[in-house]
Structure formats: structure tokens, C-alpha cells
Ligand binder design. Structure first.
Ligand code: C2E
Ligand code: MG
Ligand code: MG
Length: 957
């Protein structure tokens, strides 16, 4: 596609500029028109406002002057009255002075003196003022303008209104001493009566009163003159032009041309202006506006108001409004025209600027378009290249890519064909959904329903990612990872599928899962018996406790320890031991309920959790069932094994509600069962706590003692009967306890034997005994054989003989120098194990003596099969030898048995001569006991040996 952007942009530019210009000029024309229209409206409103304001101003002006005149008149009236009063006061003072001066003269002379002083007095501005004096009877004393009246009684003098003048005066002075009064009187030579204002004051000493009076007309005239003066002096600037006429149309203020000229008949264009003004003002006392035209034709408006007291009108002309507002309008038009002109100029300047900017932008856009065109060309090229690349990727992608519309694939790449084992695209594309998927998924869900649900999600969210089991054209099941993305292709909705074959990955995942499950199982189970291990037990036990708590039931924990299991391992090897454990585990499992747990917690220890018990007895029933089952011997590889357990039991909630405590308590009870001779079960009780703890403590102490070399050996010599020569020693262990002092074997040997400590302790003992006997031999002390006690636990140790051989070697001790003392209970058991054991001693060259013989209730028949060299008659038979016939018989039997079987015989615990003698008689060969010597220290033993060697004498007792 080719873009002719230059021409297009040019045309657009020209069109835009022309458009803008037309728009601007149109707007300007509209604006100018509206401007002038507004100006006219504004002018007329201005005219109205002007005329209204001028009227208000004129009225205000006139009202102000009239108001002022009213106030001014009042002030002048008062002034005049005061002047009248002041004059009377003056006359009064004169009378008083005269009276005081001439008090001693007759009244008539005083009157004359007064008349002399006051008779010629004339006052007021127009000199119309004079004084009159009367006595209280109405006799005239002074009357300057009517001297004839003087000396006459004028009490009945009346004014033109028939009112008594002198009587009213007498009444005033009598009542008020002084006061104003008025009456009507004619001026000399005039016929019209005018009102006079008079003032009288009584001079009491002479009983006369003096007074004066003035025509009110004169007062008003004087006031008018003052007002006229005031009006003339008004500030012209403030009040403008003011005119005043009396009601007779005499101008009161105007220029000399009209001054005091009656203008009643003055008429302009037949219009009696002044006359109308006066009439109007008389008619309307509030004032009124008068329109008229001058001769020149000029229109005028005046405001006029009357001053009734003065019989005047007063007014003012309103300025030539039209002229004012026309002038105002012209200046407004002028200034607005300038504004308009400026606005148009600014608009044109803005337009020009706009066109300039527009041109600049247009050039920039043109440039941009060109660049865009180039870029589009490059991009198109790139897109074509990309399309080719994408096509290649599409075709060769390792993931299957397919496009779908209306739930059908309409295109796909080669990978899709490979995945579905299709020979061609056509073959694949003709398939329907049901052909790609099995009926059901691995989890049993319907494939179509599953797919539909995923497609719905994809539609809503735009994309969806899931795994599905599919099938190839050949029906092979495969696992696919499917990513569907909703796209728009050619304006229509389509599905973009990416399919990845996950079959191998799935298989590996499954293998891994199995492996993982196996590992989890292994982590929780014992590998040999597949029983839950200690870890898993704790877990399950706490669940069981919670359940028991909820259901308010009992729960018992049993600790089962296989008695003497070590011997099986040592005698038959570990493989046999393992087989036996597996068998025991499976039997235990078969004996418990499904809800119970049996766990292997260590080599020969099992824990049984008995769940959901109604009573504690239920647990003993189960345990008894187990014991009963194990009564029968086990056959492993045709060999019979009889298994017994030491069992300790703890019970929830009686003993504890904590799983660790329950396990600990069951373990303690088991420990106790073991100590009590094994093959039994014991319920935990609190007393065990202290016992077992004590034992455990001693066990720990023993271990510490071995480390600190606290164990020492004492040696009890053995003598030959008859010669009383020392033929050997028995090594007897003692514990030099740092806190408790010297402790004997009864304190610790059994505890050591019940734990592994006996092995280490036994080794220490053997080593010390061997070293000692070697030393004595080396010293040529001929100690005979050194008897060393061995416990069954020591012998059960697999390495026992190896260790023994090694010790002999290390200590330089010959095998024949030592003798093993084994207790009858252990040796005389009818087992292959013991005969094997004795054979080993023999093979090594070590002799074996059966210790504590006679106490083990063993079958004597068995004795002939055993590789032993000596029987040691137990002390219990020696103790009462002298008194007890039966003991003597037993001792004799044992001696005879030994002789008969070519065995040596030794009696232990011989304490006195009687016992010795009896034994000697019975044919006993060797004697050991306090009678000859207690167990003694190595040094003491050595001294004894030396003593014996030198003396060659039997020991004295
Ligand atoms: P045993 O092997 O039967 O030892 C003989 C015990 O009888 C010793 O007691 C000894 O002192 C005591 N005895 C010997 N003659 C007389 C006597 O005339 N009158 C009395 N009343 N007692 C006499 P001891 O040393 O207390 O040992 C007790 C047991 O401890 C031993 O019985 C043995 O079974 C065990 N034992 C002692 N030392 C060792 C040892 O080193 N290893 C092992 N495994 N056991 C030992
Ligand atoms: Mg002994
Ligand atoms: Mg003994």
C-alpha cells in the first residue's frame, strides 16, 4: 500500500486555515453587531438613569433648602422675640435705676424722670421700636407715639378684634410678672390691621409695667431678608441654580433684570411659566416637577416647592439631561469603539499566530507521517519475516499446536500428529473430541464433562491450563498438558491449543509418588517388622489419648521386652534373631484389635497400645492372651524357641494423661518385671517410681564408677582340705564409692547385671583379676587358680570370648590360671546354648566351676553333658551343716557326685572348725570361708601368700 501523505496533509492544512479564518471573521462580525446593539440598549438605559438621577438630585436640592429655611426662620423668630424681651429688660433696668435714684421724691417726679430717659428711645433695625408704661390700673404713664394718652386711663383699650389690650397686659404681669402677648393694630396712616407681638414686665416697687411691641410683618420681612441673603450666599457648586418668587411673582433672587419685577404676565410661547410655578406649588405643598420649553425651543424641567409662611416658591432647574447623556454616550461609544478595534486587532493577531503554529505543527505532522510510513513499510517487512519464522516454529515446534473453532480443530502442526500418532493432518482433523479421549479419566470422572468444564473456564478467563488423559488414534493412552488461549482470528473467536505429551513425566511422577509414600512409610515404620516405630507411636498414642478423653474410656500402654533375646542373637546369629522378631511382630499384630497399636521401639522391645477399654481388666485379658499364645514354642527354620516377655503396663487416665509419661511408666513397670525375674507382667504403681529411679540412678553411678576406676577386687583364698595349702583365690568385687564408702556386690551387682553395665564392669574385674594372678605368678607366689564370677548377661555378649582371649593376652595371664564361676541356674539350663558356651571355655583352656551348686533345682542328668571341672557347694548347705542332717546329706551327695564324675568340689562359706571337719570327713577337697580368711585386699593376699610360702604351715585359727 502506498501512502501519499504529503498532498493529503497540504489539503488538510489549507482547509483548516481557511475554515479557521472564516470562523474567526464570522465570530468577529457577530460580536461587533452584538456590541453595537448592546451599546444602544446601554445608552437608553443610561438616559433613563440620568433623568431619574437629575430629578432626584433637583428634588433633594430644593427639599434641603426648604428644610433649612424652615429651621432658619424658627431661629430668627426666636432671635426677634429675644430682642423684644431684651429691650423691655433694658427699660426695666432704667426704671429701677431711676426709682432708686429718686426714691425720696414724689412718684410723679420719678415718672417724669423715667419718661425723660425712655421717652425718646427708638430701637429695632427699622427704629420702629418704643417703650410704653402703665400702672396696674391702666393709667398710661408713657406712650411716645400717642403722648395724648399719657395720664389717661386706658384700661378699656381694645384692638381691632375687640380684645382688651391693657387688661390682658395687667393680667400677665399680675400672674407671671412678665410675658409675651399679641394684638392687632393699624400702622399710623394705614387702614389694614397688622398683628403685633408685645412683651411686658412689672416693676413692682412703683406698681407699673413697661412694655414694647413689634409688627410681626416686620419680623417676617427681616427674616425674609436674611433668608434671601442666605440663598444668595448658597454655594453655587453644591446647590446649582436656585430661583425664588413670592406669590405675587416677584423674583426674590434673580438677576437685576428681573429683580423685584413682577413676572405674573411673563409668558414664553404663550406659557406663563412663573404663574404656573406658583399655582402648582400652592396646589401641591410637597413640591412638583414642571416641564416647559424656552423661547429657543430648549426643553426644560424644574422642581418647585412652596414656603407657605413666606408666601414664596423656591425651585431649581434640572440640567439639560439629553445634552449630558448624549455627551456621555458619545464618549462611551468612542471608548468602546477603541476597545472593539483593539479586540479585532488582537483576534487577528491571535489568528495569525494560530495559523503560524498550525503551519508549524502541520509540517511536523507531515514529517511524522513520512516517518510513520517508512516505519510501517519496515514493520510490514518484519512482519512478513516473522510470519515465516512463526510458520516454521509452528510446523517444527516440539509442542503440539492446534487451532479450533466451534469445538473442532481446523489446523495443527506436526507435533500434534506425532502425539496422536496420526499419519496426516487430514486424518487428524476429521476426528472428533470423543476420538481423542477415553470415556473416563484416571480418577473416574467423565472425560467429556471434564473437558467441557475446562473449556468453560478458558472462555471466561481467556486461558486455561490443565492435564488430561487422552488417547492416540491407535488407542494408546497418553497424558497431555493442555494450554488453551482464547484468540480472535479474522474477527472470529478461536481456540489456540498448546499440547504437551506428559506421559513419561506422569509415569516418573507416579514412581516418585510411590517412592515418597514408601519413604514416608519407612520414616514411620520399623524396617524389619513394618510395625510403627517409636516416632509414629508417639503420634498415634497422643491421638488415641485424645480419643479416650473424648469417649471417656481407658487406654493401656504395655512395654514388652523379650526375655533373653540377646542369647538368640549370640547363639544363632542375627539373621535368626531377625526372623524371630518378624515372627513375634506378626503374632503380636494378629493378637490385637484393629484400633490397637503395636510398635517396635528398639531391638527386642515392643509397645502395645490398647485403645478404647471399658475397664483396666480388659488390658490384662489382652496381655494374658499374648502370654498364652507365646507359651507354645516358636519354630524358625525348624528350631524351637520359647519366648517370654517382661511386660510393664501403664493406664490412662489412672497413671497419666500424657503420652510420654505413659510410655515412661510402662517402661518402669517393665524394668521392675525384669528385675523380678522376667516372664511376667506388672502394672505400674507409684512405688515403682522411687525403686526404679533408684536403680536407674545406681546404674548411672556404676557407669561413672567404671570410668573413675572406683571398683576394686578383694580376694578370698581357697584352701586344700588336709594340707590347708592355698590352691586359689576367688576375686570378689567391691565398690569404693566416693560418697557411700565401700559397697558390697549385693548393692550393685544385680543392677549392673540387669543393664548393659555388667559387660563393662565384668571386663574391668576380669582384667584386674588376671593382672593380679599374673603378677603373683611372676613373683613366684604360686597363688593357684583365680576364680572369676561371670553373669549370664556377660556370657550372652557375642564378643565375650574374643574379649576374654584378648584380656588374657594383654595381662599375660595363662588360661589355666583362671577359673570361671558360673551360677547353677544359668549353666544347668537344658539348652544347646550353655553347652556351646562351656565348650568355648574348654577350648580356651579355662576351667569352669558351677557356683551356688544345689540351689538351682536343676536336672542332674544334664550335668554329664557339660564341660565343667568343679562344683561349688552353696553356703546355704554349709551354714547348718553341724546341726542339719539334710544339709549334711546334700553336701555329701554333691561331694560324692563330684568324685563320681571326676569333678573337683569346693565348699564356700565355711566359718568354723566343725564345718571344716565335717566337710573333710565327707571328702570335700577345697574349702573357702571365713574360717580361713575373709575376702582380703590384694596386698593382704600377697602377704598371706608370702607367709604361707615361708612358713609352709597351715594357717592357725
Ligand atoms: P559368690 O560367688 O557365691 O561369692 C561368695 C560370697 O560368699 C562372697 O560374698 C563371700 O564374701 C561370701 N563368703 C565367703 N565365705 C563366707 C563365710 O564364711 N561366711 C559368710 N557369711 N560369707 C562368706 P560377696 O563378696 O558379698 O559376694 C556376693 C556375691 O556377689 C557373689 O556370690 C557373686 O555372686 C557376686 N560377686 C562378687 N564378686 C563378683 C564379681 O567380681 N563378678 C560377678 N559377676 N559377681 C560377683
Ligand atoms: Mg562366686
Ligand atoms: Mg557362691
Amino acid at each position: 500500500m502506498k501512502y501519499n501523505s504529503g498532498g493529503l496533509i497540504n489539503s488538510l492544512m489549507i482547509l483548516s486555515i481557511a475554515g479557521f479564518m472564516v470562523l474567526t471573521f464570522t465570530l468577529l462580525a457577530v460580536f461587533t453587531n452584538a456590541f453595537y446593539e448592546n451599546l444602544d440598549n446601554f445608552s437608553s438605559s443610561l438616559e433613563i438613569r440620568y433623568s431619574k438621577n437629575a430629578k432626584i438630585e433637583a428634588k433633594d436640592k430644593v427639599d434641603k433648602v426648604v428644610d433649612f429655611i424652615g429651621i432658619y426662620e424658627k431661629i430668627l423668630q426666636n432671635d426677634t422675640k429675644q430682642t423684644v424681651k431684651d429691650n423691655v429688660e433694658f427699660a426695666y433696668n432704667v426704671i429701677s435705676e431711676v426709682d432708686k435714684q429718686y426714691w425720696d421724691l414724689p412718684v410723679s417726679i420719678t415718672y417724669q424722670k423715667i419718661k425723660d430717659k425712655l421717652g425718646n428711645s427708638r430701637f429695632f433695625d427699622d427704629k420702629s421700636g418704643y417703650f410704653f408704661i402703665y400702672d396696674m390700673k391702666g393709667n398710661c404713664i408713657l406712650s411716645p407715639i400717642a403722648p395724648k394718652s399719657e395720664g389717661k386711663n386706658q384700661i378699656n383699650l381694645q384692638d381691632s378684634n375687640k380684645k382688651y389690650i391693657i387688661r390682658r397686659m395687667i393680667k400677665i404681669v399680675k400672674t407671671q410678672n412678665e410675658g409675651f402677648l399679641s394684638w392687632f393694630w393699624c400702622r399710623p396712616g394705614e387702614k389694614i390691621m397688622k398683628e403685633k407681638l408685645g412683651y411686658v414686665k412689672l416693676y413692682k416697687p412703683l406698681g407699673i409695667f413697661v412694655g414694647t411691641a413689634r409688627y410681626k410683618e416686620d419680623i417676617l420681612d427681616e427674616i425674609k431678608q436674611n433668608v434671601t441673603l442666605y440663598l444668595k450666599n448658597l454655594d453655587k457648586d453644591e446647590y446649582g441654580y436656585i430661583f425664588a418668587y413670592d406669590f405675587s411673582e416677584n423674583s426674590m433672587l434673580e438677576s437685576s433684570k428681573y429683580k423685584k419685577i413682577n413676572r405674573w404676565d411673563d409668558a414664553a410661547n404663550g406659557y406663563h411659566l412663573v404663574r404656573y410655578a406658583i399655582k402648582g406649588a400652592q396646589r401641591d405643598s410637597n413640591g412638583f416637577f414642571l416641564h416647559y420649553n424656552l423661547k429657543s425651543g430648549e426643553e426644560k424641567l424644574s422642581y418647585i416647592k412652596s414656603i407657605p409662611n413666606f408666601n414664596w416658591i423656591i425651585g431649581t432647574n434640572i440640567q439639560n439631561i439629553k445634552a449630558v447623556y448624549t455627551k456621555e454616550k458619545e464618549s462611551l461609544q468612542k471608548s468602546m469603539s477603541v476597545t472593539l478595534k483593539n479586540s479585532i486587532l488582537i483576534s487577528i493577531a491571535i489568528l495569525a499566530l494560530f495559523v503560524l503554529v498550525f503551519l508549524l505543527i502541520s509540517f511536523k505532522i507531515k514529517k511524522l507521517f513520512k516517518e510513520l510510513g517508512d516505519a510501517i513499510k519496515d514493520r510490514t517487512k518484519e512482519l512478513i519475516e516473522q510470519k515465516n519464522v512463526f510458520k516454521k516454529i509452528f510446523d517444527t515446534a516440539p509442542d503440539g499446536i492446534a487451532l479450533s473453532k466451534d469445538k473442532r480443530f481446523y489446523d495443527c502442526n506436526g507435533a500434534v500428529l506425532r502425539i496422536f500418532e496420526a499419519k496426516s493432518k487430514e486424518e487428524f482433523l476429521q476426528l472428533e473430541n470423543k476420538d481423542y479421549f477415553p470415556l473416563e479419566q484416571e480418577d473416574g470422572s467423565n472425560s467429556m464433562v471434564f473437558l467441557e468444564s475446562k473449556l468453560d473456564i478458558g472462555k471466561q478467563k481467556g486461558s486455561v491450563d490443565f492435564e488430561i488423559e487422552a488417547k492416540t488414534i491407535n488407542g494408546r493412552k497418553i497424558w497431555l498438558n493442555v494450554v488453551i488461549t482464547k484468540i480472535i482470528l479474522h474477527g472470529e473467536e478461536a481456540g489456540y491449543f498448546v499440547l504437551r505429551d506428559m506421559t513419561d513425566k506422569k509415569r516418573i511422577e507416579k514412581d516418585l509418588q510411590i517412592q515418597q509414600q514408601k519413604l514416608i512409610f519407612q520414616a514411620k515404620h520399623d524396617s524389619l517388622t513394618s510395625l510403627p516405630n517409636r516416632l509414629f507411636l508417639a503420634d498415634r498414642l497422643s491421638q488415641s489419648i485424645n480419643r479416650a478423653k473424648r469417649k471417656e474410656r481407658y487406654l493401656a500402654v504395655a512395654f514388652l521386652d523379650i526375655d533373653n533375646f540377646k542369647m538368640v542373637n549370640d547363639a544363632f546369629g542375627h539373621n535368626m534373631g531377625d526372623l524371630l522378631l518378624i515372627e513375634i511382630a506378626s503374632v503380636l499384630k494378629s493378637l490385637i484389635r484393629v484400633t490397637d497399636i503395636v510398635s517396635r521401639v528398639s531391638g527386642d522391645e515392643f509397645v502395645l497400645v490398647m485403645d478404647d477399654l471399658a475397664s483396666i481388666n480388659d488390658s490384662s485379658t489382652i496381655i494374658q492372651k499374648i502370654i498364652d499364645r507365646f507359651q507354645e514354642p516358636f519354630y524358625i527354620e525348624n528350631l524351637p524357641f520359647s519366648i517370654t516377655f517382661s511386660i510393664g503396663i501403664s493406664v490412662y487416665p489412672n497413671d497419666s494423661d500424657d503420652e510420654q509419661n505413659l510410655l515412661k511408666f510402662a517402661d518402669m513397670a517393665m524394668y521392675r518385671a525384669k528385675n523380678c525375674g522376667k516372664n511376667r507382667y506388672l502394672y505400674y504403681d507409684e512405688s515403682m517410681n522411687s525403686d526404679v529411679l533408684k536403680h536407674m540412678e545406681i546404674e548411672q553411678e556404676i557407669k561413672r564408677g567404671i570410668k573413675n576406676d572406683e571398683f576394686v577386687l578383694h580376694y578370698q583364698p581357697q584352701f586344700e582340705v588336709g594340707s590347708k595349702k592355698i590352691v586359689g583365690f576367688e576375686a570378689l568385687v567391691r565398690w569404693q564409692h566416693p560418697k557411700l564408702g565401700l559397697k558390697f556386690p549385693d548393692y550393685f551387682i544385680e543392677i549392673a547385671e540387669n543393664s548393659r553395665a555388667i559387660v563393662a564392669l565384668g571386663e574391668v574385674i576380669s582384667k584386674k583379676a588376671m593382672k593380679q594372678v599374673s603378677l603373683w605368678h611372676d613373683k613366684g607366689l604360686k597363688p593357684g587358680t583365680m576364680s572369676i564370677n561371670f553373669t549370664s548377661k556377660q556370657l550372652q555378649d557375642r564378643d565375650f570370648f574374643d574379649r576374654l582371649g584378648k584380656l588374657l593376652k594383654e595381662s599375660g595371664c595363662k588360661a589355666e590360671w583362671i577359673e570361671a564361676e558360673l551360677i547353677e541356674r544359668y549353666v544347668m539350663r537344658d539348652t544347646q546354648e550353655t553347652s556351646n558356651l562351656l565348650k568355648c571355655f574348654k577350648d580356651m583352656g579355662v576351667q569352669v566351676a558351677i557356683d551356688d551348686f544345689g540351689t538351682g533345682y536343676s536336672s542332674l542328668g544334664y550335668l554329664k553333658y557339660l564341660e565343667i571341672s568343679k562344683l561349688k557347694i552353696d553356703k546355704v548347705f554349709i551354714d547348718d551343716l553341724q546341726s542339719n542332717k539334710k544339709d549334711r546329706a546334700i553336701a555329701k551327695s554333691i561331694i560324692d557326685l563330684s568324685v563320681g564324675m571326676d569333678l573337683k568340689v569346693i565348699a564356700e562359706g565355711v566359718e568354723n572348725a566343725e564345718q571344716y571337719e565335717i566337710l573333710e570327713k565327707l571328702g570335700c577337697q577345697i574349702i573357702q570361708g571365713y574360717y580361713f580368711s575373709k575376702p582380703i585386699s590384694a596386698d593382704e593376699a600377697e602377704s598371706l601368700l608370702r607367709e604361707k610360702r615361708e612358713e609352709k604351715q597351715p594357717l592357725p585359727r
